[in-house]
Ligand binder design. Structure first.
Ligand SMILES: Cc1ncc(C[n+]2csc(CCOP(=O)(O)OP(=O)(O)O)c2C)c(N)n1
Length: 659
């Protein structure tokens, strides 16, 4: 291996030597502990240390780095105290996840490290968001994210690179090409020869390096970092390297040809660098022993402290509280009494605009939302007031944009993502349910992101532009869901969602956009999250519903002579207002839950179960549900009407009242 030390002082060279020795020595110790059954699982980076160490030392410590599962050198390079690092591996409280996540699945705000989720690829878009924040602040900083060659097959890889290219984001994408993804060799993973071939396709400069040559890695990445700080743009660095141990320790390396192992053993990044420094007279045996002894002491002391700490005792209250960043809503009333008649769609637009004025760090992203104003025209004219930096047209890539939104938040911004139609959220599902929803619980990072969801049927738009998909998210701890039924709530709840530093799904019914109008306050205000409202009051039965269901319920009740009903408009689905439901059921003793979403596993199922368990003694009839058929949403009017619950509602209400 040929090293070039031009530009490095002896001190620099020795510093890097100690830096690369640290992850190697920690790993050697961990492998012993693993054999002794003292840690549960280990992803080895032995053989790949030069990549992590070269990269982390090429950045300033105030620049973000986003490691994967073989980048121990990143954590040691950012001087994380070993006791804390080992406590993390052991699931102890003083680690980074309070025992909630394992190994390298954590981040640390104070060290500017953003940890991975197991799904690998989603990590890359977070780097885009962090870099976008830097770019908007004109901070002249680089962000560096790692990925493996295996994870490059994920769509997230493509999306993140593409967004970074289109938006000229200062991200260094380090692809650690170690030839295998678990047991799958590159030949079964992709057809291209090398990752640098991908650069031109994305319009991104791409550089290939010997990932086992510490100085080459360090120098190349340092140069790249300097370039992107000055002129923001992404750069791909393909680091050729090899994993000398199994995917994780239990899985072994039987599938790797012996000759390949031997070839790479000769290229060991630590040994080669050490030999080089010895030859250059920078290092000698005595110094090696001295440095090793120092590192050994650090490891042993760290382990001793970590082992002396007890395994955490579980506290359910803390577990549920930590789902969200602390935030206590203070409902804001409008400053003046002035009101205007507004359509549902205009109320949303109004709220969004006032939130943009209120939060100069709020960034809007979505397909066609800039000059075009969005397909529903909610952001029409926004670019004139707020500019294209804050009202961003995105490429067609829901996953990367939601990931980018989280990255923006990590770096000090608030973000709103408009789904063009709620249906398309499937393409961003992973980022929502695994990143946005879990990140605060896992390592205390909030996700200040609102995803707006134009939803619902009744507009003849067929199976992919009409779905109600709130129930998919209702099941996910760590999300908040609001679903207004009227213009006043729409503005107030949107403002409330944008105010809260936690992740929201904001459902807005397309069929209400231009059909429903209401007098709403002109000033900024918020509506209370988690609080239902009575859309009508009565004594004979209760209808629990939300969104379009509120309008169907009002109409149905008006047609039922001699029957009055409480119509409980939930307004918020996560958390939903159990007390309001209980209070009404206590009064009327009969309840129907109505929603536009399909019946099976819908939100009604959960509410019905809760009522049965908590309001049983008040009930004079079975808890009933009315919902859409358990089919996709059909296109033709007659079929769509048959699908939706509205035409079955009257009969259902009659049977409930007569029960
Ligand atoms: C979405 C997803 N699919 C599968 C896995 C299981 N898995 C974890 S790591 C891995 C291999 C990743 O290969 P690569 O990206 O090359 O990284 P390496 O492990 O080689 O460092 C696989 C298949 C996963 N974690 N996430």
């Amino acid at each position: 291996m040929r090293f070039n030390k031009t530009g490095y002082s002896n001190e620099d060279l020795l510093f890097l030597y100690e830096q690369i020795l640290r992850p190697r020595m920690i790993e050697e110790k961990m492998l012993i502990l693993l054999r002794q059954g003292k840690i549960s699982k280990w992803f080895s980076g032995i053989g790949q240390e030069a990549v992590s160490v070269g990269a982390v030392n090429a950045l300033n410590t105030d620049e973000f780095i986003l490691p994967m599962h073989r980048n121990l050198g990143v954590f040691t390079g950012r001087n994380i105290p070993y006791a804390r690092l080992f406590a993390q591996f052991q699931g102890k409280l003083s680690g980074f996840t309070k025992g909630r996540d394992r190994s390298f699945h954590f981040g640390s705000a104070e060290h500017n490290i953003v940890g991975m989720i197991s799904h690998l690829g989603p990590q890359m878009a977070l780097a885009d968001g962090i870099a976008l924040a830097h770019k908007l602040k004109q901070a002249e900083k680089a962000t560096l994210v790692f990925t493996g060659d295996g994870a490059s097959s994920e769509g997230d890889f493509h999306e993140a690179l593409n967004v970074a290219a289109v938006w000229d984001l200062p991200v260094i994408f380090v692809i650690e090409n170690n030839g295998y993804g678990l047991s799958t060799p590159s030949s079964e993973q992709f057809r291209f020869k090398q990752f640098t071939d991908k650069g031109p396709g994305y319009g991104i400069e791409a550089i290939q390096i010997d990932g086992n040559n510490l100085l080459e890695v360090h120098r190349t990445i340092k140069d790249a970092v300097e370039k992107v700080r000055k002129k923001p743009r992404p750069i791909i660095i393909e680091a050729l390297t090899f994993r000398m141990r199994g995917h994780e320790e239990a899985s072994g390396t039987k599938y790797v040809p012996k000759a390949l192992m031997n070839k790479w053993a000769k290229k060991d990044p630590v040994e080669n660098y050490e030999t080089y420094l010895l030859k250059q007279g920078v290092l000698n045996e005595e110094l090696i022993q001295e440095i090793r002894a120092k590192v050994k002491t650090d490891i042993e002391q760290g382990l001793e402290t970590a082992y002396s700490e007890n395994i955490p005792t579980a506290n359910t209250q803390i577990e549920t509280e930590d789902l969200f960043a602390p935030f206590k809503q203070e409902v804001i009333v409008p400053k003046s009494q002035t009101v205007s008649e507004k359509r549902f769609v205009d109320a949303i637009s109004d709220g969004l605009k006032q939130s943009m004025e209120r939060y100069p760090n709020l960034v809007l992203m979505g397909q066609d939302i800039a000059d075009y104003g969005g397909v529903f025209k909610i952001t029409e004219g926004f670019i004139n007031e707020f500019g294209k930096d804050r009202v961003r047209n995105t490429p067609l890539c829901e996953s990367a944009i939601i990931g980018t939104a989280l990255g923006l938040c990590i770096n000090g911004y608030k973000a709103m993502v408009e789904m063009q139609f709620a249906d398309f959220v499937t393409c961003g599902f992973n980022q929502i349910v695994n990143n946005l929803a879990k990140i605060h619980y896992r390592w205390g990072q909030n996700a200040d992101v609102v995803v707006r969801m134009p939803t619902g049927a009744g507009v003849g738009a067929g199976p992919f532009h009409s779905q109600s998909n709130e129930a998919w998210f209702f099941h996910v701890p760590g999300l908040k869901i609001v679903y207004p039924s009227n213009a006043k709530d729409a503005k107030g709840l949107l403002n409330a969602a944008l105010e809260d530093p936690n992740p929201y799904l904001f459902f807005e019914h397309k069929a209400l956009y231009r059909s429903h109008t209401q007098e709403i306050p002109d000033d900024y205000y918020t509506a209370e999250v988690g609080k239902a409202a009575l859309a009508s009051e009565g004594n004979d039965l209760t209808i629990v519903t939300y969104g379009m269901g509120v309008h169907w319920a009002l109409e149905a009740i008006s047609q039922l002579e001699g029957i009055t009903a409480d119509i409980v408009d939930l307004r918020t689905l996560l958390p939903w207002d159990k007390e309001a439901v209980k209070e009404s059921v206590r009064k009327t003793n009969k309840v129907l839950i109505l929603h536009e979403d399909t019946l099976t596993g819908g939100i009604g199922a959960e509410i019905a179960a809760w009522i049965s368990e908590n309001c049983f003694e008040f009930l004079d009839a079975p808890v009933m549900r009315e919902a859409s058929l358990d089919t996709p949403v059909p296109f033709t009017k007659t079929l769509e009407e048959n699908f939706l619950p509205q035409k079955r509602l009257l009969e259902k209400l009659k049977s409930l009242s007569e029960y």
